[in-house]
Unconditional design. Structure first.
Length: 142
C-alpha cells in the first residue's frame, strides 16, 4: 500500500484549473462558430418610399425606379431586374450599415409599351453572399 501512495502521480491543482478554463473556452468558441453559421449574415435590407416613372419615344421606353434603401450592415446593390427581359447588372451601389440612401435605377427597353405590369427585383451582396432583397410588382399606363 505504501508503495502505491509514494509513486502516485497526479496533475497539480493549478494545472487542472488551467486545463478546465481552456476546455471551457474551446467549447464556447465552437458554440459561437456554430451559432454564427446558422444565423447567416444577419443583415436586413429594407426599401421604402418607392416611385417609378415611364417615358417613351418612337423607339424605346425608359423605366426609372427610385427607392430609399436602408441596410443594417454594409452591403452593395449588384444588379436589378425589371421583369424577365430588362436587367441592369452593372450596378455597384454601396450601402452603409445603419443609414438610408436614395437610389435611382434606370432601364431602357427597345420598343414601346403603352401599358403592362412587371416585377422589379434588386440583388444585394451582403458579406459576400448575393440575395434578392426586394421584389415589387408594378403596373403602368402611358
Amino acid at each position: 500500500m505504501n508503495f502505491m501512495r509514494r509513486h502516485k502521480k497526479a496533475v497539480s491543482p493549478v494545472i487542472a484549473v488551467v486545463l478546465l478554463i481552456a476546455l471551457t473556452a474551446a467549447a464556447v468558441g465552437v458554440v459561437w462558430v456554430l451559432f454564427q453559421n446558422l444565423s447567416g449574415s444577419g443583415a436586413v435590407v429594407t426599401v421604402t418610399s418607392t416611385t417609378h416613372t415611364y417615358a417613351e419615344n418612337a423607339t424605346h421606353t425608359v423605366y426609372t425606379w427610385t427607392g430609399t434603401i436602408k441596410s443594417t450592415s454594409d452591403a452593395t446593390i449588384t444588379s436589378a431586374s425589371w421583369g424577365s427581359s430588362l436587367t441592369n447588372s452593372s450596378l455597384s451601389i454601396s450601402l452603409t450599415g445603419g443609414s438610408e440612401k436614395v437610389v435611382t435605377i434606370t432601364f431602357t427597353s427597345l420598343g414601346t409599351h403603352k401599358s403592362g405590369s412587371d416585377i422589379l427585383s434588386l440583388t444585394v451582396n451582403v458579406g459576400g453572399n448575393d440575395q434578392i432583397v426586394k421584389t415589387e410588382s408594378f403596373q403602368w399606363n402611358l
